[in-house]
Write a protein that binds this ligand. Structure first.
Ligand code: ATP
Ligand code: MG
Length: 411
């Protein structure tokens, strides 16, 4: 009977047959990152609420609508982490990592939490992998971290991936542009969605992200930030593009690209996958040169990205899969069960995967079960001390010496 309890809205269980594809994504990611000298870091699942308000930005969707915030028994306001960059910058400062050789190159994987409307590819607890290179403003770092996500998606075999690239300039150069943009929005106020209209002053860039037709029409003629880059910002962006060209990484400049977090400066990017439908972004990120200062540290330029593990799995169309077994050790009679268990243990110690029946099945039932779990061979122990080895693919069966089972099974 089904219990009256269900996983909370927007969350899901990872069942054993789904865990394998997930583990592969994490394993390949860790390998790709390690080859480039990025080291693992893990931070807590919750942080002081103020870290995200300051780090992600007071006017962002994440802070305004999506955080799981609660008070602990000591009256402190805590928030389940909606993203990984602000916590890592907090850890960088807390542990004095500015004293290490720069940049500090890190990667992470784990659960994140946002109170969003659940739909395909959008959950309230989801999982991200990500990298950060902290302590350099070199365009080489931009090209390297973008290359890491490109390599990872290629190595995993994610089909139909496209890279969109933009630049937000530095906060100083952005100021002038934002005034131009606000003027354009005010001139067309009547055609904007209420949401965008209410945030013309606090977050005008969000208008590029709007999904209503009226706002989109207005944005078609809006000035873009990429056109208005100048001086060092323009040079930096040109250098990043040249490095990507040289590395053979294809991209499309998207002058309307914006991201949902306030901390981005200069380079921003997004990897989208055509097969994903509405939630088309598999991963994205950018430079956050002002974030560490914003959190009370010294000026520290940095860049990073995060990718959604569920979106990667969706894009891969990953089939649920169970791992097969090298062997199943069957007992022809009850007297042989303890020998079967001991032999399975011996096979496991030799590095093979092996199972025995733990449910009191007869021999026929054991063979059926061996087939169900994908055992490639079954060793049947008979009462007279002899044994049969059955190949489950061909159905062939031949007598073997049970004392030589390890050799017979290729351990
Ligand atoms: P989106 O535009 O899809 O909401 P975002 O701009 O909020 O994405 P980021 O905050 O940059 O995304 O997060 C990085 C990645 O994490 C996204 O590209 C996506 O793959 C994944 N992601 C973000 N929010 C969710 C969610 N609610 N459920 C599942 N994956 C998510
Ligand atoms: Mg979002």
């Amino acid at each position: 009977m089904a219990s009256k309890f269900q996983a909370p809205r927007g969350t899901f269980d990872v069942l054993p047959e789904q865990a394998r594809g997930r583990a592969r994504v994490q394993r390949v990611a860790a390998e790709v990152f390690a080859r480039a000298g990025y080291e693992p870091i893990a931070t807590p699942a919750f942080e002081d609420t103020e870290l995200f308000v300051r780090g992600v930005g007071r006017s962002t969707d994440i802070v305004v609508k999506e955080m799981f915030t609660f008070e602990d028994k000591g009256g402190r306001s805590l928030t389940l982490r909606p993203e990984g960059t602000a916590p890592i910058c907090r850890a960088y400062l807390e542990h004095g990592m500015q004293k290490l050789a720069q940049p500090v190159k890190l990667f992470y994987a784990g659960p994140f939490f946002r109170h969003e409307r659940p739909q395909a590819g959008r959950y309230r607890q989801f999982h991200q992998i990500g990298v950060e290179a902290i302590g350099t403003d070199s365009p080489l770092a931009d090209a390297e971290v973008i290359g890491l996500l490109s390599d990872l998606l290629a190595e995993l075999g994610v089909p139909g991936v496209e890279l969109r690239l933009g630049s937000l300039g530095s906060p100083e150069s952005r100021r002038g542009y934002l005034e131009e943009l606000k003027a354009h929005l005010r001139d067309n106020e009547g055609d904007l969605s209420q949401d965008v209209r209410e945030r013309i002053e606090i977050n005008p860039l969000r208008a590029f992200d709007a999904d209503d037709v009226g706002t989109q029409e207005v944005m078609r003629t809006a000035p873009t930030i990429v056109e208005s880059l100048d001086g060092e910002d323009a040079e930096h962006f040109a250098e990043v593009r040249a490095l990507l060209d040289a590395a053979g990484i294809a991209y499309e400049i998207d002058p309307t690209l914006v991201r949902g977090l306030d901390y981005y400066t200069r380079t921003i990017f997004s990897f989208v996958c055509e097969g994903l439908g509405a939630q088309s972004e598999v991963g994205g990120g950018g430079r956050y040169d002002g974030l560490i200062e914003q959190l009370g540290g010294p000026p520290t330029p940095a860049i990073g990205w995060a990718a959604g593990i569920e979106r990667i799995l969706l894009a891969l169309g990953e089939e649920d899969a169970r791992e097969g077994r090298d062997a199943f050790v069957a007992a022809a009679t009850d007297e042989q069960r303890h020998r079967a268990l001991a032999l399975a243990a011996e096979l496991r110690n030799a590095g093979l995967s092996a199972e025995v029946d733990l449910a009191g099945r007869g021999l026929k039932g054991q063979l059926k079960h061996a087939d169900r779990i994908g055992a490639r061979r079954v060793l049947i122990l008979d009462d007279d001390g002899t044994a049969q080895l059955r190949d489950m693919d061909s159905g062939e069966q031949r007598p073997v010496d049970p004392g030589r089972a390890l050799e017979e099974l290729g351990a």
